[in-house]
Ligand binder design. Structure first.
Ligand code: HEC
Length: 441
């Protein structure tokens, strides 16, 4: 084994070199020049102190320490945890890596994590404070903090104090500030004009009430626009998601007398603590000409047979309508059996006009609402089609039923949903005229 001997001599020499000469890096990307900038843009929104990721990637030492893990998660494609597949809709603030960025980091690690020239370092990102959009006009939070019991998934709804708005009001954004980022996994914001949530509040002796799938506010399915009004959540927050102001003239409607209800999903594995999540309301600053509607594209009539993988579709509208619209946001939703969800805009003959979103590795615990980089034009007589894939076999580790059973639509953990809320404005909005929109200030 002559070769081995030569290798041994070589490695001894290399070792000797390494002991006496500063590390020599291959020509290639450096932390100061390339890697720091990619990490600022694509990692630091979560990997910074006090945010949801378990460690910060703020500086060279952080990045070099975590290099072997970074290499693994980039190769496996598990980080950054951006869900929408490229090419199916373009979203604001997307934090997936481009192939170039990924290759740059991997080369930097393979070459031995060259720190580079400190003069090449970018400025440290400014600390934006708790509210990235600036101070809200109104901040609401549940009257008392809640400490979820340690465990896996806790869903709790909280009825927030009265807004004090004397009339129906329009907002340009609703943002969410999780109280305890270590355990808050996601937050959805609803409004209740029925008084139901306030009745449920505190009944089990703790702040808020237990809720999964939705806040349990009755939905009026008797007419489609009643359903749109009562079913649509107003906003949502998921880790890594950033809220944007709506375009001028577009507002989220809060009905006169409505109470805002938030559903918080806690993930208090191994640690818990008090949480008092806040929401920030930003009033419309120009006259609201168009209301944002959350259109639920939903199929509530499916049955998933045990030990089957099944596709379920939902289409809106049920019959062609002469309503042109613009899609501004999208929020796909299934429960634990869901594996893929795809939303397409088609003409009335089912020809594709534009893909709206595709998540091919659906994770119930990593869901969010997405804002389009540019609103998508929805022509008259077109349809939005949602395709959900469910795995109701015992091979699915997330299957909550053992043995497997027939599963249909419902709000419990063990039920399913096939649904996408599309946030739209109507090109001609007959319903908003009826709501007599006035400027707020
Ligand atoms: C949207 C938030 C978010 C972004 C953006 C993000 N991460 Fe993470 N990262 C997390 C969370 C949360 C975890 C903890 C593990 C989990 O819950 O999946 C994590 C865990 C990790 C881990 C450890 C995982 C393991 O299996 O050991 C590495 C390494 C990592 N991230 C690297 C990165 C890098 C590199 C980037 C940017 C290119 C990045 N992350 C962007 C949220 C994020």
């Amino acid at each position: 084994m002559q070769g081995t001997g030569t290798l041994k001599i070589m490695s001894t020499r290399l070792l000797a070199l390494a002991l006496f000469v500063p590390t020599v890096y291959a020509q290639g990307p450096t932390y100061a020049k390339e890697v720091s900038r990619i990490m600022q843009a694509k990692c630091q929104l979560c990997h910074r102190d006090g945010d949801i990721a378990p460690f910060a990637l703020n500086n060279y030492d952080d990045a070099a320490t975590w290099a072997p893990d970074i290499q693994r998660v980039l190769t496996e494609g598990t980080m950054p945890p951006w869900k929408p597949v490229a090419g199916y809709g373009e979203f604001r603030d997307a934090y997936s890596l481009t192939d170039d960025e990924k290759q740059t980091i991997l080369t930097w690690i393979a070459n031995g994590t060259d720190p580079g020239d400190p003069n090449d370092m970018p400025d440290v990102l400014p600390d934006k404070g708790p509210w990235p959009l600036g101070a809200p006009d109104l901040v609401l939070q549940a009257p008392q903090a809640f400490t979820p019991p340690r465990g896996k998934d806790v869903y709790r709804c909280f009825v927030l104090p009265d807004t004090g708005f004397a009339a129906t009001t329009y907002l340009r954004a609703i943002d969410v500030l999780p109280g305890n980022r270590q355990i808050v996994h996601h937050v959805l914001v609803y409004q209740d004009t029925t008084g139901t949530a306030a009745k449920l509040d505190g009944q089990d002796g703790d702040p808020g009430y237990s809720c999964f799938g939705g806040p349990g506010i009755p939905v009026d399915y008797s007419n489609i626009f009643g359903a749109l009004d009562s079913l649509g959540g107003m906003a949502g927050w998921a880790p890594g998601q950033r809220t944007h102001f709506l375009p001028d003239g577009v507002g989220i409607q809060i009905k006169q007398g409505a109470r805002i209800v938030i559903q918080v999903h806690y993930y208090p594995i191994g640690r818990t603590g008090p949480d008092q999540t806040q929401i920030g309301l930003y009033l419309a600053q120009t006259q609201t000409k168009k209301r944002l509607y959350q259109i639920p594209v939903v199929n509530m009539g499916f049955k998933l047979q045990p030990e089957t993988i099944q596709e379920v579709t939902a289409v809106f509208p049920p019959f062609p309508l002469p309503l042109g619209a613009k899609a501004i946001t999208i929020y796909p939703h299934m429960h634990l059996l869901g594996t893929k969800i795809k939303v397409d805009l088609t003409d009335k003959n089912d020809n594709l006009i534009a893909p709206m979103i595709y998540e091919k590795n659906w994770e119930f615990n990593w869901q969010g609402a997405y804002t389009y980089a540019e609103p998508i034009t929805i022509p008259t007589y077109s349809k939005v089609k949602v395709t959900c894939t469910f795995d109701n076999t015992s091979n699915n580790p997330k299957n909550p039923n053992n043995p497997t059973v027939t599963v249909g639509w419902g709000e419990r953990t063990t039920d399913e949903m096939c649904l996408a809320f599309v946030g739209v404005t109507l090109d001609v909005d007959p319903f908003t005229v009826l709501n007599q929109i006035k400027p707020v200030r």
